[in-house]
Design a binder for this molecule. Structure first.
Ligand SMILES: *Cc1c(COP(=O)(O)O)cnc(C)c1O
Length: 371
């Protein structure tokens, strides 16, 4: 844990708000639908342990991760806190990983005929039978495609020994409510799952939940919205900002008109300016693309990033603030009520997901509402 006084920035994760987002998503569902939580990539950078334990306290009993290492960490964390939950591994059954599924009670997502065969032969020996079948309806990433589905439909015995708990697929354009991909993928999903005779299904991510009840099926898999990212582009939903990032100002100065800032001297002061340098940089996951484009807030005053972002430092133009309000030690809002993850991401030319998963290891982390 990085010491708060020594850190260049303080990252606050409000688990009470996270719990509200989870409750909001759950509130969209009919009673029979399970609201799982996707906690891959260290719970989208917010911290697997505090996030998973709080979600388990909120009644979440199904988690999705990408990697076996993440699944094992999560199982260990849940055990330590006396929590039981299903853990699903999205990246499937890699050859040689079979015994890990048994030891740590992990359920695989089966992404290909080869994985079905591998899991079937293992299941017959081990008695570990559970699996989710993933079919591809438009991502062309993981999951059985039409060719593989034909193979499987002709030889259902390939899955002997496996108890397929859900059939799942993943939406490509759910963040765009008007995309024809959404109903298109859904009808393909229905066609395949009926063909295979599989009843229980999982289809929606965060945005998919907000597309409507016809996308919910039996289990939904939100990630982003739990962590405070607005799921649907250009729509403000009842998703609340979960994190707050404050950087510490190290030094202030006055520069004359024409004074240059940072590497490459990409900024030249158009007037006599007050500048403040904060102890955060791209080494902390603060995107370099925010140079001359991003903003911070001191109180309610917006201050622009000037010059390039360095590894450990960013410089802001604070001319609009009284000198005594910006001194070494003043904290500047980098993400928070005035400047959301989504807005910062837009200015950085990326998406909130990448901002969150890139949150640096040098921040002092502070959790509100940790059990
Ligand atoms: C990451 C992921 C999710 C979660 O998506 P969000 O947009 O973060 O809600 C759901 N399903 C699959 C297969 C994923 O890879």
């Amino acid at each position: 844990m990085i010491d708060t006084n020594r850190a260049g920035a303080i990252l606050t994760v409000d688990l009470n708000t996270l719990a509200k987002n989870y409750a909001f998503l759950k509130g969209q569902l009919s009673g029979g639908t399970i609201c799982a939580a996707v906690v891959k990539s260290d719970a989208y950078g917010l911290g697997l342990e505090p996030v998973a334990i709080r979600l388990a306290d909120e009644g979440c009993n199904s988690f999705f991760v990408a990697l076996m290492e993440e699944a094992i960490s999560l199982r260990t964390i849940l055990k330590q806190h006396n929590k039981e939950a299903e853990i699903y591994l999205l990246n499937g059954v890699v050859e040689g990983s079979e015994s890990d599924f048994d030891h740590f009670d992990i359920t695989p997502v089966l992404n290909s005929v080869a994985e079905i065969e591998r899991w079937s032969s293992h299941a017959k020996k081990s008695g570990n039978r559970k699996g989710i079948l993933n079919i591809d309806t438009g991502m062309s990433r993981l999951g059985l495609d039409t060719r593989e589905l034909d193979t499987f439909a002709e030889k259902p015995e390939l899955a002997d020994g496996i108890e397929i708990s859900y059939v799942m697929s993943h939406l490509a354009c759910a963040d765009d409510r008007t995309s024809a991909m959404n109903p298109g993928q859904r009808s393909l999903f229905d066609e395949y799952r009926i063909r295979l005779g599989l009843k229980k299904a999982s289809f929606a991510n965060s945005a998919g939940i907000l597309l409507g009840p016809e996308y919910h099926y039996n289990l939904v898999r939100p990630g982003a919205a739990i962590y405070g990212i607005q799921p649907i582009t250009n729509e403000i939903n009842k998703i609340l900002q979960v994190i707050n990032l404050k950087g510490k100002i190290l030094q202030t100065r006055t520069v004359d008109t024409g004074g240059t800032v940072g590497y490459g001297a990409t900024y030249q002061a158009p007037r006599t300016s007050r500048l403040a340098t904060a102890a955060v940089g791209y080494g902390d996951g603060y995107f370099r693309t925010l140079g001359n484009r991003g903003f911070g807030y001191i109180g309610t005053t917006r201050v622009p990033v000037v010059g390039r972002v360095s590894m450990d430092l960013i410089t802001f133009d604070v001319t609009d603030l009284p000198e005594h309000e910006v001194v070494p030690g003043t904290m500047i809002e980098l993400i928070g009520p005035h400047y959301s993850v989504d807005k910062l991401a837009e200015d950085a030319g990326t998406i909130g997901y990448e901002i969150l998963t890139g949150l640096g290891a040098r921040y002092s982390r502070n959790y509100i509402g940790s059990p």
